[in-house]
Write a protein that binds this ligand. Structure first.
Ligand SMILES: Nc1ncnc2c1ncn2[C@@H]1O[C@H](COP(=O)(O)OP(=O)(O)OP(=O)(O)O)[C@@H](O)[C@H]1O
Ligand SMILES: [Mg+2]
Length: 268
């Protein structure tokens, strides 16, 4: 019998995070005193108005951007301490960006396999894994296409497949489904929920969709306009597994209404 040997405690801890871009008169205060704590396997969404600092927060958690102050810890590794880099996260993190960012000269499968190539996985294995994950996100028939031959929504799916191909323990998603039609979005949300639950992936999702946040998350964090400040964190008490019927229940509709109210009041 296999035991999970990993230490107990939260998976991601963000504390006292502050971010100011630039100096003096031109300074933009993007984040002020952000505090977050996620348990392993937890799904958390960030909901907030455009320009409030959500992408910046994800980039800092991913280690791509330095905070002006504060700490980020992923499992047992401190990524930022008092605004300074103190290490790399040891657990695999994947970030999916707001734009698909695919290499136009590679096929879809080659793009998706890229993180595995960087990790030194051999061609046969990485292409097999890339094709499998492309199937999961509904791109099975397009693996040999180039990004230029895909629609915007298909490019986003390729980008999601690339984020999932390494089987990450921590997933940071920046408005992954913004460009998709409602039906494809529902399908991909269900897939994402399945993948995250099966592998107990700790996930932070940035979205503008209140319904999507309520449907996917264990907790939703509502942010105020710039500088990003947490207005309220709300538990989504719906049992799992969840299916689309949940969205028609009065409990769900009430929650969506409550989130909308907090979001509008936070923006006021
Ligand atoms: N590299 C940078 N240099 C200067 N200012 C920046 C930089 N990156 C972001 N900002 C500013 O920080 C603020 C927050 O930007 P961010 O991209 O995090 O917002 P967001 O919440 O992701 O918005 P959206 O919902 O539109 O994607 C904005 O005012 C933006 O102009
Ligand atoms: Mg953004």
């Amino acid at each position: 019998m296999a035991f999970d040997q990993s230490p107990q405690g939260p998976d991601i801890v963000v504390s006292g995070l502050d971010k100011v871009f630039g100096h003096g008169e031109a300074a933009v205060h993007a984040i002020t005193n952000a505090n977050l704590s996620l348990e392993r396997g937890e799904f958390l969404s960030l909901l907030g108005p455009s320009g409030c600092g959500k992408t910046t927060l994800l980039r800092i958690i991913a280690g791509l951007e330095a905070p002006s102050a504060g700490n980020v810890q992923i499992r047992d590794r401190q990524v930022w301490t008092a605004g300074r880099r103190s290490g790399e996260a040891t657990r695999p993190i994947s970030m999916m960006f707001q734009e698909a960012r695919l290499f136009p000269w590679y096929t879809v499968a080659e793009n998706v396999a890229l993180p595995l190539r960087i990790a030194g996985v051999g061609r046969t294995e990485r292409m097999a894994r890339a094709r499998r994950i492309c199937d999961t996100v509904g791109l099975g028939a397009f693996v040999d296409h180039r990004p230029g031959q895909l629609s915007g929504g298909m490019r986003q799916r390729a980008s999601l497949a690339r984020a999932l191909v390494t089987e990450p323990q921590v997933l940071l998603l920046d408005e992954p489904f913004g460009a998709l039609d409602a039906m494809t979005r529902d399908t991909l949300n269900l897939e994402l929920m399945e993948v995250c639950a099966r592998a107990r992936v700790t996930t932070i999702l940035v979205t503008h969709s209140i319904t999507e946040a309520a449907f996917l998350s264990d907790r939703v964090v509502v942010l105020a306009p710039r500088p990003a400040r947490i207005v309220e964190t709300i538990e989504m008490p719906f049992p799992r597994p969840r299916d689309l019927d949940l969205q028609r229940t009065s409990g769900f509709q009430n929650m969506v209404g409550r989130l909308r109210k907090v979001l509008t009041e936070g923006a006021a």
